[in-house]
Design a protein around this ligand. Structure first.
Ligand code: ADP
Ligand code: MG
Ligand code: ZN
Length: 616
């Protein structure tokens, strides 16, 4: 089998997503590999597929028990022999699993890092051919990250003791430079392939609001998404309790999660949400790591979180299936105060000495400031996020609350003509600053020395603010009216295309942020616009079929004791409604239906579709 066949046969997908192939090929060729991809991008497949193609066992190191359980369940559902070894097993279960492992029954074994150096595990590891060690959530090795786990430091010692060094793959969604370098150094990756894919999640709609009555605004939103699964994040346990009971009182299907609940209750509530028994999860940031529920349609931040890293990670739990989903943030001034208080009283890490503690506090304040700016910016929210994570975004995404309310199409022909004209007049001998100063009519030494005050465009745009002029200039470069020379002087020159504009032919328009501060408009139901149909509007009969298929799935999930999305994701069911397969071949063409799942469930779903067929 090759990687494409494995993808289809076990996972039921036709195509790799961005970055996956490169990472898989790298591991298969025996090279250490570091994959940095945002939450939901599909990192698991990047080590699971090579694991199925390599000779020997793959060990996956993962920080959380719930995460391991979920992935192992999903793998077994897909027909891959996998097991986990962690503290949730009794001693008896643990030894049994280990002896099966020693017999070579498993292709993939998830193991908790603190187990690696135990005697029993080492005995197993030294007598088994280990093809690969995949370190999931690899940022846990770094003290810079938010989730530093000392037990992750054991990984490298474990590997060093192995008779043969396996290939090492490391995966994370944390993109900062410090963390990336730490992963490479601490795990001692050897000339690794390092791949960072785009952090943009185009299917997520971002919105910031400051509603007068946040509860009413949220309730209104939830009512317009009656069947959708969603998460509401609050800053404090108290707010979680309050919001959860109000929603409950208003008749919503809701559950809650925070560190003040018992382990048992937390687990039960989490399961209720994952198994679609409770539709809304109200939680503090304690909830979510390792939750791979693919059909979360919205994440509402009832309060502003402490930094952009947390925000993007939590909001990113929406729409993991790639379908449209909404991320709303409610901002109130008191959120800043609450977060300040958390920062100043942070006792998370008692091991820190006073100096380090001070540095950490300083850094946290800085991050909070950037989070606050996000709530106030008039720019495209997506480009703000991407820039924060060190990526360039376009200035306008068309799918965030700012783009939809704060932007307007502006005719900038006059400004364009002045800028292009200046560049032509001086023969392309100067850079951006001189151009901007000329059209604004600045009276500086430089301008006089260059004789720019004699230009016919001098002082043409005296009142236009510099940032706005810069935006227009950037637009002109992007649209190829101007180009910037690629040397240390970065001179601005005009292109052929700009001639018409200079000669008064044609116009230049662009999207620009509105100038005056506007009240943020409350939007509702933007998600309804096709969160369901993948760009296809469902007929009523198809809507009915979708509901029927969901019922079939719920029934199977109950029998198999797995979450519904592990049977088939919403996306797969939607695709089924579009394809309406009649036989095995057609069913296998549905995204997410692999051979193994077809054999387990194919017939039931085919029958369901047949029963409904008369209706189409
Ligand atoms: P990550 O670990 O990067 O956050 P996961 O590995 O949990 O993401 O994958 C997120 C979702 O994307 C899963 O439901 C997974 O089945 C799905 N997925 C992964 N790769 C593909 C693909 N090539 N085509 C379609 N869906 C995919
Ligand atoms: Mg993952
Ligand atoms: Zn935008």
């Amino acid at each position: 089998m090759d990687k494409y066949q494995v993808l289809k046969q076990y996972f039921g997908y036709d195509r790799f997503r961005e970055g996956q192939e490169c990472l898989i090929d790298s591991l298969l060729s025996g090279r250490d590999t570091l994959g940095i991809m945002p939450t939901g991008a599909g990192k698991s497949l990047c080590f699971q597929i090579p694991a199925l193609l390599m000779d020997g066992v793959t060990l996956v190191i993962s920080p959380l028990i719930s995460l391991m359980k979920d992935q192992v369940k999903a793998l077994n559902e897909a027909g891959v022999h996998a097991a986990f070894l962690n503290s949730s097993l009794t001693a008896g279960q643990y030894y049994k699993a280990l002896s099966y492992a020693a017999q070579g029954r498993y292709t993939i074994i998830y193991v908790a890092p603190e187990r690696l150096l135990t005697e029993e595990f080492q005995r197993f590891a030294f007598h088994t051919k280990i093809a690969m060690v995949a370190v999931d959530e690899a940022h846990c090795v770094s003290q810079w990250g938010q989730d530093f786990r000392p037990s992750y430091l054991k990984i490298v010692e474990f590997i060093r003791q192995l008779p043969v060094r396996p290939v090492i793959g490391a995966f994370t969604a944390t993109a900062t430079r410090e963390v990336r370098d730490d992963i490479i150094d601490i795990l001692m990756l050897q000339e690794p392939t390092v791949l960072t894919t785009g952090f943009d999640r185009p299917n997520l709609y971002f919105s910031v609001q400051s509603p007068k009555n946040p509860y009413a605004t949220m309730k209104n939103f939830i009512e317009t998404h009656p069947k959708d699964s969603g998460i509401v994040y609050c800053l404090t346990r108290k707010t979680v309790e309050e919001i959860c009971s109000r929603l409950h009182g208003d008749g919503f299907s809701v559950t809650r999660y925070h560190a003040g609940l018992s382990d048992v209750e937390r687990r039960e509530n989490q399961d209720e949400f994952i198994y679609d028994q409770a539709q809304i999860m109200v939680a503090t940031n304690a909830f979510g790591m390792g939750i791979d529920k693919s059909n979360v349609r919205y994440v509402i931040h009832y309060n502003m979180p402490k930094n952009m890293e947390s925000y993007y990670q939590e909001a990113g739990r929406a729409g993991r299936d790639g379908e449209a989903a909404d991320c709303l943030l409610f901002y109130q001034g008191k959120d800043v105060v609450t977060n300040q208080y958390f920062i100043d009283n942070n006792q998370d890490n008692e091991e820190l000495d006073p100096v380090t503690q001070r540095i950490v506090t300083e850094r946290d304040r800085e991050r909070l400031k950037k989070m606050t700016w996000y709530c106030f910016t008039n720019e495209c929210l997506r480009s703000y996020i991407l820039r924060y994570f060190g990526e360039y975004g376009s200035n306008y995404c068309g799918n965030c609350s700012n783009c939809l309310t704060q932007f307007e199409t502006v005719d900038v022909t006059e400004a364009a003509r002045a800028l292009i004209g200046t560049a032509v007049w001086c023969g392309g001998r100067y850079g951006t600053t001189v151009l901007l100063e000329t059209v604004r009519g600045a009276d500086t030494v430089k301008i006089r020395r260059y004789g720019m005050e004699k230009s016919p465009y001098y002082g043409k745009l005296p009142h236009m603010p510099v940032p706005k002029l810069r935006q227009i200039l950037t637009h002109l470069v992007l649209e190829e009216y101007l180009y910037v020379t690629n040397d240390e002087y970065a001179l601005v020159r005009a292109t052929e295309k700009s001639k018409d504009i200079l000669n008064g032919i044609g116009t230049v328009v662009m999207k620009m942020a509105r100038e005056q501060e506007r009240p943020v408009k409350e939007k509702n139901s933007s998600a309804a616009k096709g969160s369901r149909a993948m760009g296809v509007a469902f007929t009523e009969a198809e809507e009915r079929l979708f509901e029927k298929l969901r019922q079939v799935r719920t029934e199977i999930a109950r029998q198999e004791k797995v979450p519904p999305y592990i049977v088939f994701s919403d996306k797969t069911l939607i695709h089924m409604c579009v394809v309406k397969p009649r036989d095995r071949a057609q069913m296998l063409s549905v995204s997410g239906v692999g051979e193994h799942k077809y054999q387990k469930y194919g017939k039931v779903f085919l029958e369901c579709i047949q029963r409904e067929e008369g209706q189409f």
